[in-house]
Design a protein. Structure first.
Length: 346
């Protein structure tokens, strides 16, 4: 699991230590350092960089403490991002980003390794975009304007691929914006939520008719992102998949990963292509494709056993029976039952 940004890096590092020591069940963790954010932020939990030198020192400090990746955030400047990338790359560490103040093209040219959230947060065509400043629409204007067959999209995709920049699709976190009963209710997901998370989940689904309509039709943004993700992959780009479990109630880890695979099929990928994006492509990005990411002799025995055939019926991806990590099988239902018991639901 790639944590992709941390507000409690010591907690994440200690969690990895306890998992590796066998004290807790859990995956192998690629622990990301604290968000690399600019001089103002939407979140009090995030440190705010003051200069490129501050960015360099931040990367070096946390790399020394064991983090294995970094994530740039929405208000970082180009100079700060460049310094962070250079410091990380000197240590063989990759940098991803949920950007806004820096466009996708600018980040690619600076050497970033990955960009999060598909094409939802690219700001290059936002009419009010100023250098090193996040635009008001945070990329919606660009996505609404960008036709996957148009010159801007083709130029962007070519730039990303020539600079070896991966794109992480996080479709589950945007699906709820479409309304219309999306995402579909799934009892197993509801059972795994805390009571507060379940309440938030249903509140998010109850958009009153009196609520103002979004400035840009969310169905257009959804359609354009799916088309751009397909075009990027078709051109040879490395597309990854993740759920982005923000904690606001509509996406959970694990279940969100499964839903992401299903939504890639909705986007036009075959079930096998979608599964590869969510497994082997992630391993390739991490440089671990010789160890994990596909079923082959000599690789780690990290396997998911499902009841059914997701290569023909993608919804079978939800029917997990056993998860193997390093050859040790974990009963998924018993793990889920232990979570529900902790929340006092039994």
């Amino acid at each position: 699991m790639r944590t992709t940004g941390s507000v409690e890096p010591y907690a994440d590092l200690n969690l990895r230590r306890d998992i590796d020591a066998g004290k807790l069940p859990g995956p192998h963790l690629d622990v990301t350092g604290p968000y690399l954010e600019g001089d103002h932020s939407y979140f009090l939990q995030m440190a705010q960089l003051t200069s490129p030198e501050d960015a360099r020192q931040t990367v070096e400090y946390w790399a020394e403490r064991g983090v294995t990746s970094f994530k740039a955030y929405m208000n970082i400047t180009r100079a700060e991002l460049k310094a962070a990338i250079e410091a990380a790359h000197k240590r063989g560490i990759k940098v991803t980003g949920h950007l806004c103040s820096v466009t996708y093209k600018e980040a690619a040219e600076l050497g970033i390794d990955d960009l999060e959230h598909g094409f939802f947060v690219n700001t290059q065509l936002d009419p009010d975009k100023k250098p090193d400043v996040c635009s008001q629409s945070e990329g919606d204007e660009t996505l609404a304007r960008m036709d996957s067959n148009g010159p801007e999209a083709k130029d962007l995709i070519a730039t990303l691929i020539s600079h070896h920049v991966a794109i992480t699709s996080t479709l589950p976190v945007f699906e709820g914006d479409l309304g219309g009963g999306r995402p579909p209710l799934r009892q197993q997901v509801l059972d795994a939520m805390t009571p507060q998370a379940r309440e938030d989940f249903f509140l998010l689904r109850q958009r009153p008719a009196s609520a103002p309509a979004p400035k840009i039709d969310r169905t257009i943004l959804w359609k354009h992102d799916l088309e751009l993700e397909r075009a990027f992959a078709a051109a040879g780009g490395l597309l990854l998949s993740g759920p982005d479990p923000t904690g606001r109630g509509d996406v959970l880890p694990g279940f969100g990963d499964q839903r992401g695979i299903e939504l890639l099929v909705e986007a036009g990928f075959s079930p096998v292509e979608a599964i590869k994006i969510a497994t082997l492509n992630g391993a390739v990005y991490l440089g671990k494709e010789k160890e994990i990411g596909s079923v082959a002799v000599g690789k780690n025995a990290d396997l998911v056993v499902v009841k059914g055939d997701p290569s023909t019926q993608i919804s079978d991806i939800e029917k997990v029976q056993v998860v193997f990590k390093d050859g040790i099988g974990y009963d998924s239902q018993k793990l889920l039952d232990s979570v529900r018991g902790r929340y006092g639901q039994y």
